[in-house]
Each structure stands twice: as structure tokens, then as C-alpha cells.
Design a protein around this ligand. Structure first.
Ligand SMILES: O=C[C@H](O)[C@@H](O)CC(=O)C(=O)O
Ligand SMILES: [Zn+2]
Length: 278
């Protein structure tokens, strides 16, 4: 079963007036993984769709949703998938891809049928990002072997982390989607510090491997007008093009970043130093 909801985009002058419940309503996505369901959020930030597919004892099919007014979900879209659960299989017009935890799959525009199933007793958790596309590029699986891996940060600043570029244009051809996965090393808590904005692209963060009882304070907002959202394991958050996206956990954790918008230039970031934030 495919379920869906919709989010308008917010103006930064309005968003600075949001209280805790409103900021969570507009930006936080709490329940992406429900047994045998696909849950999608259609956002007006570059029309990125954020979602989760959790097949338990059924094969679940990606169905089109009314916002698309298209016969198939991918008629005018591309899709990025990263598994954060047990081993699973994605069938793409009959072609089968096995995804282990932290492995990614890019699916190009024009594919008609995408189905998901778990292949062990531990359910697969497929995190999904989909952006509008104008042409087909080949489907491609990306693992640690063909990822672009960058070591960032330092123990002294509690931000030592491994950034895995998975769906980026040096590895996979896409129309506008970029995705990857960043792992904080034990004792390190800060992601994306120094923080940045990139008005050319929106971004979504999905936090996972957050230990039981721990939480991540996600920082967002205009660099001079920041706000936070306390996030739990397996939750995602939208980052408008005008917003920073950075977080500090009460323990280490991992997260998936995904972007869509004007360019495919991962390095296009306007850095904001820690002591410039307000
Ligand atoms: O625009 C790129 C993104 O915000 C992330 O790739 C940043 C990140 O994973 C990190 O610094 O830990
Ligand atoms: Zn970013």
C-alpha cells in the first residue's frame, strides 16, 4: 500500500515565527517506515518526494500518487534508494537488485514497475528520494566499493565522520538527484559543522542508527535565525534552500543526505562558520 501526504514550501520570514509544533509539522517526517507500506511526502521544495518502503512479509509496489497525475510513478521522475535495514530486493521492471544495509540504487525515468521485498527475517528499510526528471539514465547499484568516500572532521571538534557519496554525478548520471550517507565515528556528534547553505538546491536529511534513548538536535533556518528540531531514529527533515542543515547528537549516529535543484555540483556550498551562526 502506498500512502502519501503533501508539504508546501515556507518563506524564511514566515518560518522564523514557527513554534515547536509548527516547525515539526512543516519540516519533520516522523513515520516513514510502517510494516508493508510505502509512505511518501511530496514536498514543494524542488518537488522532492521523501519516503520509506518497509516490506515485511509482502512485496510492496511503488504506486503512482494523485499529485503526479501520471500513469506510473516514474513517468517524469527519477528515484534514489538506500537500504538502512536488513537485506532486501528491489525489482525494477523485472530486473532484480539485492541491497544490503547502506547500499544504494538509482532508478531512471520511464521505469514502469518498482517493487520491494525483504529477503531475510530482518525487514529491509528502503529510504527513498525522488525528483522530477526530463530523461532516462541507466539504473545503477552503488556500494562502498564504487562510492566516493571522504574523511571529514576531527575528534577534537567532535565531528569526525565518513562521508559516502553514492548517487553523485561522478558515479551515476542523474537529472537532479544527489544522495549519500555520512557516518559519525564513536564519540563524535556534530554533522555538517561548519554548516552551509546552497540556495541552488534543497536538501533532506534522514537520521538512522541513532541508539535507543538517544536523539539528534537538528539545526535549521537562516544562518542568522536558527532553530532546532529534536529528532529520533529513522526520521527525516526537509531543509529549504535558504536553510542550514546540521546536527548534534547525544551520541554518534549516521544520516542520509539527498538533494535536488538547480545544479549537480556537490561542492557548491556557502559555508557559515560556527561563530557566525545566530
Ligand atoms: O550538501 C551536502 C550535505 O549537506 C552533506 O553531504 C553534508 C554532510 O554529510 C556532512 O558534512 O556530514
Ligand atoms: Zn548541504
Amino acid at each position: 500500500m502506498t500512502k502519501y501526504s503533501f508539504r508546501y514550501a515556507s518563506h524564511p520570514d514566515d518560518a522564523k515565527n514557527y513554534d515547536t509544533s509548527r516547525i515539526r509539522k512543516e519540516f519533520l517526517m516522523e513515520n516513514l517506515f510502517v510494516d508493508n507500506e510505502i509512505n511518501l511526502v511530496y514536498s514543494m521544495y524542488d518537488r522532492l518526494i521523501v519516503g520509506g518502503a518497509m516490506p515485511v512479509n509482502e512485496t510492496v509496489k511503488l504506486e503512482t500518487i494523485p499529485y503526479l497525475k501520471s500513469e506510473n510513478f516514474l513517468d517524469r521522475r527519477e528515484l534514489g534508494i538506500i537500504n538502512v535495514g536488513g537485506e532486501g530486493e528491489v525489482s525494477v521492471d523485472g530486473e532484480k537488485f539485492i541491497l544490503n544495509k547502506k547500499e544504494a540504487l538509482y532508478i531512471g525515468m520511464g521505469v514502469k514497475e518498482v517493487t520491494f521485498k525483504s529477503t531475510t527475517d530482518q525487514p529491509a528499510l528502503f529510504y527513498l528520494n525522488s525528483a522530477p526528471a526530463h530523461r532516462n539514465f541507466p539504473n545503477k547499484k552503488i556500494t562502498k566499493e564504487n562510492a566516493e568516500i571522504v574523511h571529514l572532521g576531527d575528534d577534537k571538534t567532535a565531528n569526525k565522520r565518513i562521508l559516502n557519496k553514492l548517487i553523485v554525478n561522478s558515479i551515476v548520471e542523474t537529472c537532479q538527484l544527489q544522495m549519500g550517507l555520512t557516518e559519525l565515528l564513536p564519540g563524535n556528534i556534530w554533522n555538517t559543522m561548519p554548516s552551509h547553505t546552497h540556495e541552488r538546491r534543497m536538501e533532506a536529511y534522514f537520521y538512522f542508527d541513532v541508539a535507543e534513548g538517544q536523539s539528534v538536535a537538528h539545526f535549521m533556518g537562516d544562518p542568522k535565525e536558527t532553530r532546532h528540531i529534536f529528532m529520533q531514529n529513522n526520521q527525516a527533515v526537509l531543509s529549504p534552500e535558504w536553510s542550514i542543515h546540521s546536527g548534534a547528537g547525544t551520541s554518534n549516529y549516521s544520516f542520509i543526505w539527498g538533494m535536488a535543484g538547480e545544479n549537480l555540483d556537490y561542492g557548491d556550498m556557502d559555508i557559515v562558520a560556527a561563530n557566525e551562526l545566530r
